[in-house]
Design a protein around this ligand. Structure first.
Ligand code: PRX
Length: 629
């Protein structure tokens, strides 16, 4: 097991070591794991191609590090406690031993279906234990899982499957979310019509609703598991063999298939989990994210299970059946570390203090937030009402591409400051650069956040698109990994993340590309073009504002068209991408080269008239039109 840093001095010492000799630092940490063969070289890299290889030549399997590494000590300890959507339904829990057997059985099911090392498997499941079993079974046999959040539409699912070319799709007859039933199988069937690679579907029974099962293509999970053997061999993986693909939005149209590999990701997820949350043996840890996003991958499943933790998996939403569900879960399971998003906190603040007041939440030791900047008001509420002024808050900054937490306090060790992610973790070397790429050194600086040295958990490429990987992350500032975020370093050297500076918006902690939403709007036959920008939203952090050009628009169909555009976006991407506001305009502000000047649109939605330099606009007269209405 990884030894935790336990003092501020310890952190400073480790940080110094990690910068002086990163390879030596990480190789010491990697020694905590089971390797079938030791690595020949700890790190080989350059950020020009780019090429990043950690623990080269090392052989391992990540599930061996979860199970065999933990089994002797923790066979009877709970690995996963599953809390269902409906509190009346019974919780299901799995000890390390039980989970191990389930994973083995499903590994055999996949092998029987012909899945081999390197094959991709798409998983489109709600937050049920089978999701954890499916992903770990893939890892056990060396298949690459690609988990698609169960809130995505058929089109979004098909698009991701087409990119990954997965032959197997794992889904469920449906999912429960609050008082809604999500028809996942129907959506999967619709996706399969657009995703020709899908040869077989495995369907978990969750809602019991009748669904269409296509002969020779669709199989019930329960039937397949019934006769599966509980013993399965491990596929020995190279440290740099792919572990998973996770699609995320970028500033251009198509989602990017971020690829993480085995050895480095494992070391990084476990190290950051243990240190940031200061997890101790027998603690109960609860991350309220969905496994469809990177937070769930790294901090519900891989990080906690690698370190032998008991991790809670919650199927539902914070407001069902009432807005005290999180507090109920924390009391019921005596949760010690709780990790959620600023959006969830703001939504619960809006429900009123009466929902939290009656809970003492005595078990809590650490609170975490992730996904978007946390405003000071939400930070204080979290600290005072949830943490009862006792629990440190870890504001963890990271990304799908970083694999794990990058800038964050270590709970109780690094003094916190509201809205600051504070300091980089050992091994992370952030730099701030201006628009031209000049390094802004020292304190009291503001600029673009980049990282100058590789860390083991970083993405290695984009699935099937190395060129886009280079363009998106290593070309804006040559020699550096560019995060896409703005940052401010204050007088104490503390980092405050200011949010995205590219055409990506962060809605309720979900990353959405403006181009993706525009493409969906433009599919409507009446729409000539559109431009989407984010605007400050009291609960969601950012809301979605769409400017839409519809020639000859009759005034009496405005509302109808707005509704149909919102529905269209939900159908083509997901309900989370639905614009909050749609405004019909005659023209969009454009440069001579035809580029939409989103900067101006952002100012308009903020109600500002300070547009800066508009001399490059080809149609300055439209500003008047845009600001008047
Ligand atoms: O803008 C940053 C924001 O979320 C982006 C990454 O989104 P995604 O890949 O979906 O991963 C989210 C979960 C790790 C970042 O570029 N972000 C994430 N955490 C924070 C944050 N912004 C401010 N503070 C944070 N703690």
């Amino acid at each position: 097991m990884i030894t935790k840093i336990s003092t501020l001095g310890g952190y400073l010492h480790e940080y110094e070591k990690s910068v002086a000799d990163p390879a030596k630092f990480w190789s010491k940490i990697a020694e905590n794991f089971y390797w079938r063969k030791n690595w020949d070289k700890t790190l080989e890299w350059n950020f020009d191609e780019p090429k990043i290889e950690w623990f080269k030549g090392g052989k391992l399997n990540i599930t061996e590090n979860i199970f065999e590494r933990n089994l002797f000590l923790r066979a009877r300890q709970k690995a996963i406690i599953w809390e269902p959507n409906d509190p009346e339904e019974e919780c299901r829990s799995y000890t390390y031993d039980e989970l191990y057997l389930e994973v083995n059985k499903f590994a055999n099911v996949l092998r029987d279906m012909g899945v081999q090392k390197g094959d991709r498997v798409t998983i489109y499941l709600p937050m049920i234990p089978e999701l954890a079993v499916a992903m770990l079974a893939c890892a056990k046999i060396g298949a690459i899982h690609s988990i698609v959040f169960a809130g995505f539409s058929a089109r979004a699912l098909a698009e991701r499957n087409n990119d990954a070319k997965a032959k197997i799709l794992i889904t469920a007859d449906g999912g429960f979310r609050g008082n809604k039933v999500i028809p996942l199988k129907e959506t999967a069937d619709e996706a399969a019509q657009m995703a020709q690679d899908i040869e077989k579907m495995i369907v978990v029974k969750r809602t019991g609703k009748e669904v269409n099962m296509m002969k020779d293509r669709d199989f019930w999970w329960e039937d397949l598991m019934q006769n599966a053997s509980p013993s399965a061999s491990i596929e020995v993986m190279d440290a740099e063999d792919p572990l998973f693909i996770l699609y995320t939005s970028g500033s251009t149209g198509k989602p990017k298939g971020v690829l993480h590999t085995t050895g480095g990701y494992m070391v990084y997820a476990a190290y950051t989990f243990k240190n940031v949350f200061q997890y101790s043996d027998n603690d109960i840890y609860f991350c309220a994210a969905d496994i469809g996003w990177i937070t769930g991958h790294s901090y519900i499943i891989y990080g906690p299970l690698l370190e032998g933790a008991t991790t809670i998996m919650f199927e539902g939403i914070p407001t069902f059946p009432e807005p005290d569900r999180y507090w109920k879960i924390i009391e019921k399971h005596k949760v010690n570390q709780f990790y959620t998003s600023p959006t969830a906190i703001r939504a619960l603040i809006a429900e009123g203090e009466q929902w939290i007041e009656k809970y003492e939440l005595k078990s809590l030791k650490v609170l975490g937030t992730v996904g978007e900047p946390i405003n000071e008001e939400a930070w204080h509420w979290y600290h005072d009402h949830v943490g009862k002024n006792r629990c440190p808050i870890v504001d963890t900054w990271w990304q799908t591409e970083t694999g794990g937490i990058m800038i964050s306090p270590l709970a109780g060790i690094i003094p916190t400051k509201p809205a600051f992610a504070t300091l980089p973790l050992p091994g992370i070397q952030p730099v701030v650069v201006d628009k031209e790429g000049n390094m802004l050194e020292g304190r009291n600086v503001e600029g673009n956040l980049c990282i100058k040295h590789p860390w083991p958990g970083m993405a290695r490429t984009l699935w099937g698109n190395a060129k886009r990987f280079k363009e998106a992350y290593f070309s804006t500032f040559p020699g550096l990994y560019f995060t896409g975020d703005g940052v401010k370093v204050d007088e104490d050297g503390y980092y405050r993340i200011l949010g995205r500076i590219d055409d990506v918006i962060n809605v309720s902690g979900h990353r959405l590309g403006t181009a993706e939403i525009e493409n969906a709007l433009n599919e409507h036959p009446l729409v000539a073009e559109s431009a989407v920008v984010g605007f400050p939203h009291p609960i969601k952090g950012q809301g979605i504002y769409a400017f839409v050009v519809v020639p000859d628009l009759a005034p009496d169909i405005h509302d109808e068209l707005r509704n149909s555009l919102k529905k269209g976006v939900a159908k083509l991407i997901s309900p989370i991408a639905k614009p909050d506001e749609i405004r019909f305009v005659k023209e969009l502000p454009k440069t001579r080269s035809g580029k939409i000047m989103r900067r101006i649109l952002r100012k308009i939605v903020e109600g500002s008239t300070d547009f800066g330099d508009i001399t490059t606009l080809v149609n300055p007269e439209i500003i008047k039109d845009l600001t008047e209405n």
